[in-house]
Design a protein around this ligand. Sequence first.
Ligand code: AMP
Ligand code: ZN
Ligand code: FE
Ligand code: FE
Length: 282
Amino acid sequence: MSDTRRIDLHAHSSVSDGTEPPHDLVADAKAAGLDVVAITDHDTVAGWDEASKAAAEFGVTVVRGLELSCTRGSASIHVLGYLVDPDTPGLQPELTAIRAGRTDRLPTMLAALASHGMPLTEEQIWAQAGTADSLGRPHVADAMVAAGYVVDRQQAFDEWLAEGKPAFVNRYAPDVADGVSLISRAGGVPVLAHPWGRESRPALTEELIAELVDLGLAGLEAHHADHDEQAETDLVALAGRLGLAVTGGSDWHGTGKVGHDLGSRLTDPADYERLLGARMAG
Ligand code: AMP
Ligand code: ZN
Ligand code: FE
Ligand code: FE
């Protein structure tokens, strides 16, 4: 019998910059007709327990993952890490350091916004972030929307928060080779998130990706909304040449990102089995 499972391996909850709690992520995955969904919050595993409980409630398989912030030179690169052992020595200190960098840049961002006539307090940002473990630029965007400075997150990024815009502030993240190694060492499965979306494209040459394969890289998220058709085709071919699995993920952020509905990008069950299926999630 053919395997028709619908598998989405990239989604965020309100534990980072998604808008819905982990429980609702899983409920929404069920409503979207998914059989498998991965919770991949930025630089934290704080949503895993709630999502795993909801997995049983809704009969959806939840893959425990995270999206690790990395860099190469000045480029930002995201690495999805599935099924890492969160107690691996060195993992939590690194995640804590990355999250500290997310928070530490806030005063500089707010000074930049104030200098452009958009004063905001840290309290206003935390009011948007709520109980999030991992603070992100989307929370700053939400505070800008609440203050009436912009109409939505997208305008906040396009005009102020995106790389190269006036309120962009760099933050700490490990080099991508160290990030891939860390996930491997933690018993996890590293996959490059949206490798040819935005600024990571020039950095992620075939040569660098081949080096990452030697460090344990297992897949490329070719099917992602930030890729045009040509990029998807070329990434699938590249994955074939390097012996990597191909994945797809919606990068759902609840109502925080348009064009990223749950299930809008899927992973082929054969690729899923190759990557994760044998060591299943709860
Ligand atoms: P941060 O984690 O603070 O670096 O913010 C990165 C997050 O902001 C990404 O995961 C996306 O959810 C969102 N984001 C980044 N760049 C853009 C952009 N140009 N437009 C809209 N959202 C973006
Ligand atoms: Zn995000
Ligand atoms: Fe990402
Ligand atoms: Fe993401």
